[in-house]
Design a protein around this ligand. Structure first.
Ligand code: GLY
Length: 379
């Protein structure tokens, strides 16, 4: 990574702080799956310590992020505590396979960066099978006529959400691993459909669309976790930026890079005053609600766009966001187990606003990991 000396110094110092904090926090999570340290969330009483999703909901879509974070740290430091922590949660996640009816398209988030990374590092059969089962589950959700992967279960047969772009790299892996192009056909058809249904002309992104089951045409769109119908939920923007550049990396098809850049340019134009992303870029100016997780995810996407194109403005955008977070939104004390504060689950929900969320720490760390020059791609 082509960084200036001051940027290199910043990246090294943040990586050191992450390692110092996580080497304290990791052993405390044995047998648990961290999600948030916020007491606002589901009436918890203790602030600063992680809740345990193994006990609350083992099928929760974010349960791969803790092992993923541990793998980032393992690859970046080779410290055994991180490998052991990642393996511990991966084993616990087997309980989620038994909760099959509640699994949905987020199996990519859950297994690609847990067992998937384990397999890519150590080639062990158990991790390979876990990852393959997750890929099969994701592929089985494909609608062959509408050409999309359905998101959730129940009556939402035609619902497709932009977040799914982060799940489909699991299918690119399965295609390569099993030398079977069907998985890639599904992933590419899905990505192509969403260019038509979710990416607007100005580069902003729809969170949820209900698609016609036979044609894949949009019947209705929803604001989802953003402000309203027609608005621009910033984490959805970030899923599109990172998701489409990943599809470019896995397929070499430049149209995916172009979509990623279009969503990225829109995101940058909405945050370049202070580099602290709001929850929704088309929400009213007041009240001001932030979502740090959107900036962390987008930064990972910007870094990959920079790697693909050499266009410095994307690296600058990532650096600006990460520096603004280090100055404003990070906690480096051990009495708070999370690093990145000010994440928001959804615009209209007081309990999940301005809290730490595990994927905020995951993507913040992944961005720094990339800037350190680690080139193993986790997705
Ligand atoms: N995938 C749900 C979210 O981003 O909150």
């Amino acid at each position: 990574m082509d960084l200036r000396a001051d940027e290199r110094e910043f990246v090294d110092s943040v990586w050191e702080k992450i390692d110092k904090k996580l080497s304290y926090v990791a052993p405390l999570q044995k047998g648990r799956i961290p999600y948030t340290t916020s007491s606002k969330w589901h009436n918890r009483t203790v602030d600063g310590t992680y809740c345990d999703m193994r006990r609350i909901d083992v099928s929760w879509w974010t349960n791969g992020f803790w092992p993923g974070l541990m793998w980032l740290m393992y690859v970046g430091t080779k410290k055994e505590i991180y490998r052991a922590a990642a393996q511990d949660t991966e084993d616990i996640l087997d309980e989620a396979f038994l909760d099959y009816d509640r699994l949905h398209h987020d199996v990519g988030f859950m297994w690609n960066i847990s067992s998937g990374v384990n397999y890519r590092l150590f080639c062990n059969t158990k991790s390979k099978i876990r990852t393959a089962i997750a890929a099969d589950i994701l592929a089985s959700r494909y609608n062959c006529e509408g050409k999309f992967i359905r998101a959730w279960n129940g009556d939402m047969t035609g619902w497709v959400i932009i977040d799914s772009m982060m799940n489909i790299p699991l299918l690119y892996w399965a295609s390569r691993e099993y030398n079977d192009p069907r998985f890639e056909y599904i992933a590419k058809n899905h990505a192509d459909t969403l260019i038509k249904t979710h990416i607007r002309d100005d580069g902003s992104v729809v969170h949820i669309a209900d698609l016609d089951l036979k044609t894949g045409d949009v019947k209705e769109t929803f604001g989802g976790q953003g402000y309203s119908v027609g608005s621009s939920w910033s984490r959805g923007q970030a899923w599109a930026i990172y998701g489409y550049v990943l599809s470019y990396i896995h397929t070499g098809d430049k149209k995916y890079l172009d979509v990623s850049k279009k969503a990225a340019d829109y995101f940058i134009s909405c945050v370049n005053d202070d580099w602290l992303p709001k929850v929704d870029f088309k929400a009213p100016k007041e009240p001001v609600y932030y979502d740090s997780t959107a900036g962390a995810i987008a930064s990972c996407g910007f870094i990959e766009i920079y790697r693909a194109t050499g266009e410095r403005k994307y690296l600058d955008a990532a650096m600006n966001i990460l520096k603004a977070f280090n100055d404003n939104f990070c906690n480096w004390d051990n009495d708070e187990q999370a690093i990145l504060l000010m994440g928001t689950e959804r615009y209209h929900d007081d309990t999940g606003r301005h809290i730490s969320i595990i994927y905020g720490d995951y993507f913040f760390t992944e961005a720094i990991y990339k800037l350190k020059g680690n080139d193993m791609l986790f997705w």
